[in-house]
Ligand binder design. Structure first.
Ligand code: IPE
Ligand code: IPE
Ligand code: MG
Length: 254
């Protein structure tokens, strides 16, 4: 049932390093500007009525980067939590993390947990940061959890449904993203939400993340409005004139 504004937007925030290089700056300066865009896009998403915004901030594979860059990114996250999280919570946002939080330093884990706790009863935009995130790991973890349930006799393997599987992922309480944005032009998913994006609309822009302003975000939402979503059927459902998304009783066929 598509709406003109996607309920859930996921973003692969890529290109900080290349943007910095283009400006003659250090990669880490690109990351600093990237944080400003995070704040801007959270506000824009809130104003546009998006319900869930999931931001890929650090992948499990990103630990392979030079130690200095990794430390800088973790420091940046820590400063962001110290300085900005209060405002986010005050603005009624729910703060959430997906990924292997145990990989992060103890202080950072504590700050993240506190932020999640403090925002738990909010009712506005759900902002999820993917940190030390790997979609394959998430899927494996779900398989292990369900396998344990089967071995305890709580469920039969034949009873495992897509819904049960989805509910075993980090994203258990969220709808699947309708729109996936990737900045910096790379035509790949980089191990992000592989299960959840099976029918997401993809929007890949050549803009680097530090250039991805509110206007660029609005362009992505506009583009989404023009999409026809088919879900394997023959009758497209146009996102923008779906008049609240209901298909005709005949499924829209004429
Ligand atoms: C995205 O920008 C930020 C993270 C992955 C943490 P990059 O750091 O990947 O920048 P590029 O892709 O090298 O330009
Ligand atoms: C994807 O960007 C991860 C994040 C945005 C956090 P990468 O820069 O790590 O992806 P690849 O290596 O180009 O695929
Ligand atoms: Mg990159």
């Amino acid at each position: 049932m598509p709406n003109a504004i996607p309920q859930h937007v996921a973003v692969i925030m890529d290109g900080n390093g290349r943007w910095a290089k283009k400006q003659g700056l250090l990669r880490i300066q690109g990351h600093e500007v990237g944080v400003q865009r995070v704040e801007e896009i959270i506000k824009a998403a809130q104003e546009k009525g998006v319900r869930y915004l999931t931001l890929y901030a650090f992948s499990k594979e990103n630990w392979r980067r030079p130690k200095e860059e990794v430390e800088f990114l973790m420091g940046l996250l820590s400063v962001y939590l110290d300085k900005k999280i209060k405002e986010l919570i005050k603005n009624n946002c729910v703060f959430n993390v997906i990924g292997e939080m145990g990989d992060l330093g103890a202080t950072l884990q504590k700050k993240l947990t506190e932020a999640m706790e403090a925002s738990r009863n909010n009712t506005g935009l759900v902002v999820t940061l993917a940190l030390s995130y790997s979609s394959r790991r998430e899927i494996l973890r779900a398989c292990q959890k369900i396998a344990d349930e089967v071995s305890r006799g709580e469920i039969k393997s034949s009873e495992i449904t897509e819904e049960i599987f989805s509910r075993s992922l980090y994203t258990a309480d969220m709808p699947d993203p309708e729109l996936l944005i990737r900045t910096s032009g790379e035509m790949r998913i980089s191990n992000f939400l592989l299960w959840q994006i099976s029918y997401a609309e993809l929007y890949i822009t050549p803009k680097f993340w530090p250039e991805f302003t509110r206007d660029e975000f609005e362009k992505a939402l506009e583009d989404y409005k023009g999409r026809e979503r088919r879900f394997g059927d023959t009758c497209p459902v146009k996102v923008s004139n779906s008049s609240n998304g209901t298909r005709a009783a005949n499924g829209g066929r004429t």
